[in-house]
Design a protein around this ligand. Structure first.
Ligand code: ADP
Length: 929
């Protein structure tokens, strides 16, 4: 073990489970050994070598004042960084201790506006925090019979703290996907659950961290929650769920443990039930490209398309509305009323937007005051943003908006309290305070008499010094005189070399420079002492006063957050209204019936870049299941996603892209679409497809909307049709969800004749002279053909192949056997017959199943000559399948009658041997004949 500074570093490192340690050494934070290499790699720092007792260690460092950006960069890359500060020991030496651990989920100084969640997850059933946990397996679990899961989401940057209890694995995945936490801390048993860990790694970008199992213990956790939020609040939000309480308690403990002092920013506990929101499983959130596309880009997502917010908090809220649509019709109507009012009030809306553009992120600023990291500029931002409230109230109250829910949004926070706080800040803070907290100039005159006096003395002393040069010139007839100050010399009088000999006798020379000399006088020294004395006293008092002021703001953190949320809400509503007005969207009529009726609907994202052809859609109790057909690229997926997005927008409280829309509220939206990303992940596409289908069939209800874009495609045709067929029946008969099902199995369109609520629609194309024009119009009825072969033709597949494919397709449709054409080794044509009923090549050529006596090799095939050595009939007039070789028949019968269990293996072998002989012998005779 090395000793010295490196030894101390390595010693400290063993005390923490952080990935990296930054240790203060004088004016630097240093990283040693492996940490130095890692940091240098990640952050482009230079590595030098530190010699310590004969060995040499890599070393990298950053200046004390510049730690924050490096810390942020490391943590945003997923590292947990411990910070050790230096302090003076009693004997005058130096020692160091870890003062905080910055983790991805507890980073306060983030570089973007997005919410940054820490998630703690506890599986129910492991009450003492030690027993095994059987609830989570690798299999998707349905709602029934599973243990509850508690989850807490904490955003230390804004003080948001949400807690809920979930029903099972899929719900957890959905919720984690929605919040996309920067860090996930699993409870004691989940941390060993492979399925859980795999989900986190696959679905999320966040870091996994392990934390003290004790923090998850029920009693300890409940205590932490009560301590933080008060007993009454903890009870009133319905935190009677033990897993939820445990998750919440552990989250608080974890945040506390990191030592960043951010615990105080969490002023309010928000409990929510999954039932408040529309179920959107993780797959659906991804498929619908709500916040990013399936390729992981923001451009092209729904959020990006409709986001006109001008504040960070407004952007965060809009995102939340889209990813967590509501079920509560009253709340939605209120939101829609507000959007409606704002959409119709162009001028007022513009004015609101202009005012909001000046707003700072109050939620985050509030968190920074409670953590003690807010400087004077942060308080100035709070002051100025609170000052926007009256302007906004004016912009609403004095206009047509005064009687709308828009006014309620602004009425929510405590207006008088906010103004009192703003005035307090106005009275205290200088207009344009410096960035640093310790150099003075933070507070303004008139705030504190003692400070005023110090400021006056400071300024008087400075004034004396500032005018000294002029006085000296006059008094002693000197030219080239300046008075200045630096760190080593303090204040001095500097005189040009040419006149340096003419200075009066009381000047004491302190330094000779190339062109000048520096002097001091007793008088100057005395004033210098006064300046320094006053300066120090002023800075000290000012900082004290500033801290008290910040403390006062921190005590009002809830109020500041309230105003912040009101502004965010106003921003998000205004954004929805702006989009609705500019894109000609319509207010949806929300209903309680099971319908989705859209006239001239459009896809909210595609319409922005395309000349979009609007389409109608009608799903209701008599027509709840639409089979959507049409050629590839005709617009099936777009049509279906459009339906899901319109539903989702309506339940986000937004207008929708349509001329008219009647929308029955749903409890969940489920989708299963193409497998682009799963392929990339190397998972079996068909397995994934079936897992998704399984989840939908388990989870969807009669109040859900289901979108299926191809089911069964990943397997053999017959399997595929069978599964799609059965799933359709099940969704139609049992689940009764509103469903849109696009399929290339033309066969399914026949279901509409038999299932009363199934109807066919197709995307129309115009076909002329062999060219297909996509009309993008959705019409009732199935397509009159399937287009796969047509696409092959368009793609330039040779004509004989296309013709033959057409023919095979017809045969398949008519459920007839098809013969395989092919060449033998000697180049002759051969023919074997594929029997659809058995799924294999048959010895008999005719399709006996159809029972119509039609020969398999129909006239078009007669030019194909079968050769004699075919395993099938030797006759080129394709055989009569009724003629079965009697010897073979006899063998078959013996085989069928044989009792396998009763026959000893040795006897079996000789039996098989004999059969083989009889059959080969017989074949040879046939040949010779
Ligand atoms: P499919 O699912 O039938 O293969 P897609 O839905 O992927 O087809 O659509 C194919 C292309 O047609 C997409 O580029 C899409 O933007 C465009 N498209 C689809 N519907 C419309 C429409 N109604 N108006 C204009 N363009 C559309």
């Amino acid at each position: 073990m090395p000793t010295g500074i490196v030894g101390e570093f390595l010693e400290l490192k063993t005390e923490t489970d952080a990935d990296v340690l930054a240790m203060q050494c004088g004016d630097f934070y240093e990283f040693f050994a492996d940490d130095a290499e890692l940091v240098a790699d990640e952050l482009d720092l230079t590595v030098s070598q530190k010699s310590s007792h004969g060995s040499s260690y890599p070393m990298a460092g950053v200046p004390l004042t510049e730690l924050t950006p490096y810390l942020r960069a490391l943590v945003e890359r997923g590292y947990r960084v411990a910070v050790a500060d230096q302090y003076e020991t009693d004997d005058g030496g130096h020692a160091r201790e870890i003062v905080r651990v910055v983790t991805p989920g507890t980073l306060l100084e983030t570089s973007d506006d997005d919410a940054r969640y820490l998630a703690t997850v506890v599986a129910g059933g492991d009450d003492d925090g030690r027993t095994g946990d059987e609830t989570m397996s690798g299999e998707p679990v349905s709602g029934e019979g599973t243990q509850p899961i508690g989850v807490a989401f904490a955003d230390v940057t804004t003080g948001r703290f949400l807690v809920t209890e979930l029903d099972g694995w899929e719900d957890l995945r959905a919720e984690l996907y929605r919040f996309d936490p920067a860090e996930v801390v699993p409870g004691p048993t989940l941390r060993n659950n492979d399925a859980f860990l795999e989900t986190v790694r696959e679905d999320l970008t966040g870091t996994l961290s392990v934390f003290d199992a004790e923090a998850f213990a029920p009693g300890r956790a409940a205590h932490a929650v009560r301590d933080q939020f008060g007993a009454s609040i903890a009870d009133s939000v319905g935190l009677d769920s033990q897993p939820a309480t445990r998750a919440a308690g552990a989250a608080l403990a974890y945040v506390d443990e990191t030592g960043a002092g951010v615990l105080a920013s969490m002023t309010r506990l928000t409990g929510y039930a999954a039932a408040d929101h529309v179920e959107l499983d993780a797959t659906t959130q991804r498929n619908l490209e709500l916040t990013e596309t399936m390729r992981g880009e923001t451009t092209g997502s729904l959020l990006e398309a409709i986001d006109h917010t001008v504040t960070a908090a407004g952007g965060r809220l809009l995102r939340e509305w889209l990813t967590r649509p509501k079920r509560d019709r009253e709340a939605l109507e209120r939101r829609l009323d507000a959007v409606d009012a704002l959409a119709g009030a162009t001028l007022e809306r513009d004015r609101i937007t202009t005012i909001l553009e000046d707003a700072y992120d109050l939620e985050r600023l509030a968190a920074r005051t409670t953590s003690g990291s807010a400087g004077a500029r942060a308080l100035v931002s709070i002051r100025d943003t609170l000052g926007l409230l009256p302007e906004l109230v004016d912009a609403v109250e004095e206009t047509s908006l005064s009687t709308t829910p828009v006014a309620d949004v602004l009425a929510r926070p405590d207006y008088d309290g906010a103004q009192a706080l703003r005035e307090a800040l106005e009275d205290a803070l200088a207009d344009d305070p410096p960035k640093t907290k310790t150099e003075g100039g933070l507070l303004c005159r008139g705030y504190d008499p003692e400070l005023d006096e110090l400021i006056e003395r400071h300024e008087a002393a400075r004034e004396w010094i500032d005018t000294l040069a002029e006085r000296e010139k006059q008094a002693h007839g000197l030219t080239h005189v300046t008075v200045d100050r630096n760190k080593t010399d303090g204040y001095y009088i500097q005189v040009g070399k040419s006149v340096a000999d003419e200075v009066p006798a009381h000047y004491r020379e302190i330094k000779t420079l190339k062109n000048s000399k520096r002097f001091v006088t007793d008088e100057l020294a005395e004033h210098e002492r006064e300046v320094l004395r006053v300066e120090e006293a002023r800075a000290e008092l000012e900082y004290e006063l500033f801290e008290a002021l910040r403390e006062r703001v921190a005590e009002s953190a809830t109020l500041v957050q309230d105003v912040g949320r009101a502004l965010a809400r106003l921003d998000a509503l205004t954004s929805l209204a702006t989009h609705a007005a500019s894109e000609d969207w319509t207010r949806p009529t929300l209903t309680d019936s099971r319908e989705l009726a859209v006239t001239a609907g459009r896809h909210p994202v595609v319409e922005q870049t395309t000349d979009f052809v609007p389409n109608d859609l009608r799903l209701d109790t008599d027509r709840g299941f639409l089979i959507v057909t049409g050629p590839n690229m005709s617009g099936k997926s777009t049509y279906m996603r459009q339906a899901a997005l319109i539903q989702l927008l309506a339940q986000a409280g937004s207008f929708v892209p349509a001329r008219e829309a009647h929308i029955g509220l749903v409890d969940g939206i489920y989708t299963r679409v193409g497998a682009l990303d799963e392929l990339a992940q190397g998972r079996s596409t068909f397995m994934v497809e079936m897992q998704e289908l399984s989840n939908i069939l388990h989870s969807a209800t009669a109040d859900s909307l289901v979108i299926l874009d191809e089911v069964g495609r990943g397997t053999a045709t017959y399997d595929g049709i069978a599964i799609a067929w059965a799933a359709t029946e099940y969704l139609h008969n049992e689940v009764r969800a509103r469903t849109l099902f696009a399929t290339h199995y033309h066969e399914l369109t026949a279901l509409s004749d038999h299932l009363p609520r199934v109807a066919n629609v197709h995307v129309a194309v115009d076909e002329r002279d062999g060219d297909v024009t996509f009309l993008r119009t959705v019409r009732d009825g199935p397509t009159d053909r399937s287009y796969g072969v047509h696409v092959a033709d368009l793609a330039g597949v040779p004509a004989p192949v296309v013709d033959r494919a057409d023919h095979v397709l017809d045969r398949l449709r008519e459920e007839k056997a098809i013969e395989a054409r092919g060449g033998t080794a000697d180049g002759e044509t051969t023919q074997a017959v594929f029997d659809l009923s058995t799924g294999s090549f048959a010895t008999g050529a005719d399709d006996t199943r159809t029972g119509n006596g039609e020969s398999t090799a129909d006239t078009t095939d007669s030019e194909t000559r079968a050769s004699d050595d075919s395993a099938a009939d030797s006759d080129d007039s394709t055989a009569d399948s009724d003629v079965v070789d009697p010897a073979a028949q006899a063998v078959l019968e013996e085989l069928t009658d044989l009792d396998l269990k009763e026959t000893p293996p040795v006897e079996l072998i000789s039996l098989v041997d004999a059969w083989q002989d009889r059959v080969t012998e017989n074949m040879e005779t046939t040949h010779e004949g």
